[in-house]
Design a protein around this ligand. Structure first.
Ligand code: 4AD
Ligand code: MG
Length: 465
């Protein structure tokens, strides 16, 4: 009778030594000599492999031939203390069933280290590598930590729509959703423009860039909500920090002002980093050893230091006084580029910075106007190596002031009536922010390209897999 399978993550329990065990997984490597063969088996539950020791007195060459890198096995045998260094226990194989072979001529993941660029072309198989196994386990743990953080604090998880008829950020970088025949579009006879009344939803729709506007409806009813879902941006930026499809977490809280919002953001990211350090130690240590020797030091540094809180105007003064030659010249009113953000965080303060009170012209319409009439209560959290990890603000709760902004920016009113109702009926001060999930995963794993922290990245000219 087949014995119950033990996951490899659980197999290193010293209490199991001396017992007959069953493991299943994929072969990472095989080596050995004429008398004994060693197979490193991994089942994805941990970065660690279990060593299978195969005595050639018990198995024939013929039987072992299909056991190559990438093949999948079911092994039963005795778990014994290991003589080899670097592992605590190993399995002396008694029975081996081969589920599937992996032809060594064609299986792309042979044991030699591959470049991350090569693995991006093999995104369907890269989860089987140590690196992507580690990244994906950390990603999963961070997702859990996020729900735990908010649930423990009485926030409700609100599901906001992915298909929308409004543009939250006003950036215009949206993917259209339509069932119209693109080769034969219905046109309005008078204007010659596309007649969206004939489209599926009877109006022009897109994939959402943010769940915030619906999030505000939730917060002004349930008090404190968060969203956690995919968002889509058709910005044609081929950078190591932008995806066309990324996941965002957007808490929104009634009665919170900008200071409460900053406190929440700081507590939140620290909680996530602490959770990963406590629960993903093996994976983070592996990533540190492979890619980024300062990783754990940097995570602990962020965890144990207060973030700097600085108005944009002060930030501009520091940049101007820096004497540095930036590619994009600095003056009040500019949208900060990554080089500016990185100077403030990595060179000047050497810690995360929350930059606040940006000029209204470079921020979204919903942000609360300050008394100066020029700046808004925005807050961007800037991180070492990442740049902007969070963007948020206190929201404009005054109906009249919000209307003024909407008119100044020519935002089509008829699409916004439901949003304005939050300000017409029982409006309250409220605040929120959005964390780019992949940017958090980048920071925690020490990876440098956002394409390597999401299983199947979507970027300009790339929607493979
Ligand atoms: O700063 P953003 O555009 O803010 C909003 O969407 C607000 N509605 C959030 C809110 O207040 N509820 O985006 C928020 C975060 C950024 O700080 C960044 O981390 C991430 O989302 N982000 C991206 N991540 C990957 N790829 C992209 N193209 C991203 N665009 C934004
Ligand atoms: Mg932003």
């Amino acid at each position: 009778m087949e014995i119950k399978r033990t996951k490899i993550v659980d197999i290193f329990d010293p209490a199991l030594i001396g017992q007959k065990v069953c493991v299943k997984g994929w072969v990472r490597t095989r080596r050995g000599n004429k008398n004994v063969q060693f197979v490193a088996l991994n089942d994805g539950s941990t970065i660690k492999n279990i060593q299978i020791v195969i005595d050639l007195a018990k198995f024939s060459e013929e039987q072992l031939k299909p056991i190559t890198t990438g093949s999948s096995l079911h092994v039963e045998g005795m778990l014994v203390a290991s003589q080899g260094k670097g592992q605590t226990s190993e399995i002396q194989a008694e029975t081996i069933e081969i589920y599937g072979t992996a032809d060594s001529e064609t299986y792309p993941l042979q044991k030699k280290g591959h470049t991350l660029e090569f693995l991006r072309e093999k995104a369907h198989l890269r989860p089987r590598t140590n690196t992507f196994g580690a990244v994906l386990r950390v990603r999963s743990a961070l997702a859990f930590a996020i729900h735990r953080f908010f649930q423990e604090r009485g926030f409700f998880y609100l599901h906001t729509p992915l298909i929308t008829a409004s543009d939250c950020e006003g950036a215009g970088a949206m993917f259209q959703v339509t069932t119209l025949n693109l080769n034969d579009l219905p046109k309005d006879e008078e204007t010659g423009k596309i007649d969206y009344s004939q489209d599926f939803f009877g109006k022009q729709t897109s994939l959402t860039v943010s769940g915030q506007l619906e999030g505000e409806l939730g917060a002004t009813a349930l008090g404190a909500i968060y969203t956690f879902g995919p968002t889509f941006r058709a910005e044609n930026s081929n950078t190591p920090r932008h995806l066309a499809e990324f996941w965002m977490i957007e808490p929104e809280v009634a009665f919170n002002d900008i200071t409460d919002n900053m406190d929440l953001a700081e507590d939140f990211v620290k909680y996530c980093i602490g959770y990963a350090l406590d629960n993903c130690r093996d994976d983070i240590e592996f990533l540190q050893q492979m890619y980024d020797k300062q990783l754990i030091e940097r995570l602990n540094f962020v965890l144990h230091n207060d973030f700097v809180r600085l108005p944009y105007t002060e930030g501009i003064k520091i940049l101007e006084a820096s004497g540095k030659k930036f590619e994009f010249p600095v003056k009040w009113g500019i949208d900060l580029q990554s080089e500016h953000e990185r100077y403030l965080v990595e060179e000047h303060f050497k810690r995360p910075v929350i930059l606040t009170d940006y000029p209204k012209e470079i921020k979204a319409f919903y942000m609360k106007l300050n008394e100066d009439g020029k700046t808004v209560r925005a807050m961007d959290v800037l991180f070492p190596n990442i740049g902007e990890i969070i963007g948020g603000s206190e929201r404009e709760e005054s109906y009249d002031k919000l209307m003024t902004r909407i008119e100044e920016l020519n935002i089509p009113m008829k699409d916004m009536w439901w949003y304005l109702d939050t300000r017409r009926f029982g409006t309250v001060p409220h605040s929120g922010f959005g964390l780019g999930f992949e940017r958090l995963v980048l920071f925690v794993t020490g990876m440098t390209n956002i394409r390597d922290v999401i299983p199947f990245p979507r970027t300009p000219k790339n929607a493979e897999f």
